[in-house]
Ligand binder design. Structure first.
Ligand code: ZN
Length: 324
């Protein structure tokens, strides 16, 4: 089965990397995230753009835009000019990241949420231009809860305490992040939106379903949320993917910022082996019925029928990212 990984960060510019993509028959959507400052252009933008141009059968790319600095007149115009150039250079979408809502502040010191008016002209432009907005807004619910070794996100928050918001009453909470995102969906009904990481509603597929019912312009990707699905009731997850069969996109969110041509052979080998295993595990969970090991638990595969597998693993990405 041909696969599109609709959410990854992977500079696969080495023959071994390309050989793995051939072996798996996968095409990657490399996703830029505006991490703050202009470094994201060096880190991602440059290489993702080049790969999509040089190897269009294996790579597509999603751009981003610089955060507003509020002193600058004409911010939106500058962003639109940049996006226009990126779309001319083949970008199929544009991403916003969790630093909006959780890090960025206005001159008065208030957190800037994703439905802030400064972004409205950008969203209208994307709708007009027929380009998809990939939104990683907010974090898993566990971000605002005490550390719990049973939770799929224990590893991340124990190692990245700067993003763990439990007890931080100064930072807007999970519900506020999701509500701001939902207002963007509501205010821009012509804007096509993919919610990264199960739309930050990874803890319960029924919560995702409520948004998909309410907002026809919304879909989600599964990136980095395999365990969140796997730890929920299998029948419920199967039913969710069946009911919203056109609106769930497969993604791994493998993060490898170093260009693979510059890695040592050993590091590259380790990365590619882990990537191969990741794809096999995902295919086994969604498509197989045998138990699959996910974060040290044995989880029976969902056994999705072939038609659903093709939607999840390929055609939904083609529908939600035209031109991919
Ligand atoms: Zn990502």
């Amino acid at each position: 089965m041909q696969i599109i990984d609709a959410h990854i960060h992977f500079i696969g510019n080495h023959p071994d990397s390309l050989a793995l993509l051939e072996e798996l028959d996968v095409k990657l959507l490399n996703v830029c995230a505006a991490l703050g400052g202009a470094d994201w252009r060096k880190l991602m933008w440059h290489d993702y753009r080049a790969l999509a141009r040089e190897q269009p059968a294996r790579f597509a790319w999603c751009t981003a835009f610089d955060l507003p600095d509020f002193q600058e007149a004409g911010y939106a115009d500058r962003v639109l000019r940049g996006l226009e150039q990126d779309f001319a250079d083949g970008a199929v979408a544009c991403k916003v990241w969790k630093n909006i809502g959780m890090e960025l502040k206005d001159p008065a010191g208030n957190f800037v949420m994703i439905d802030h008016p400064v972004f409205a002209p950008i969203f209208e432009y994307l709708a007009e231009r027929g380009k998809t907005l990939l939104m990683h807004i907010g974090e898993p619910l566990a971000c605002w809860q005490p550390l719990d070794v049973q939770n799929p996100h224990y590893g991340y928050y124990s190692q990245n305490p700067q993003w763990h918001m439990y007890g931080r009453s100064d930072v807007p909470g999970h519900a506020a992040q999701v509500a701001a995102r939902d207002r963007v969906l509501e205010n821009h009904p012509r804007l096509r939106v993919v919610g990264a990481h199960l739309g930050s509603l990874e803890f319960d597929v029924r919560e995702i379903g409520r948004r998909l019912d309410r907002y026809p312009n919304f879909a989600v990707d599964t990136s980095a949320r395999l365990a969140d699905l796997a730890f929920q009731d299998g029948d419920r997850v199967r039913e969710f993917i069946g009911k919203y069969s056109d609106r769930v996109l497969f993604g791994t969110d493998i993060v490898a910022y170093q260009p693979q041509a510059q890695m040592t052979a050993e590091d590259r080998g380790t990365l590619l082996r882990a990537a191969r295993q990741n794809y096999h595990r995902q295919l086994a969970y969604f498509g197989g019925t045998a138990p699959v090991e996910i974060l040290n638990r044995q989880i029976p595969g969902l056994g999705l029928p072939e038609q659903l597998m093709e939607k999840l693993f390929r055609t939904n990405a083609q529908a939600w990212y035209p031109g991919i």
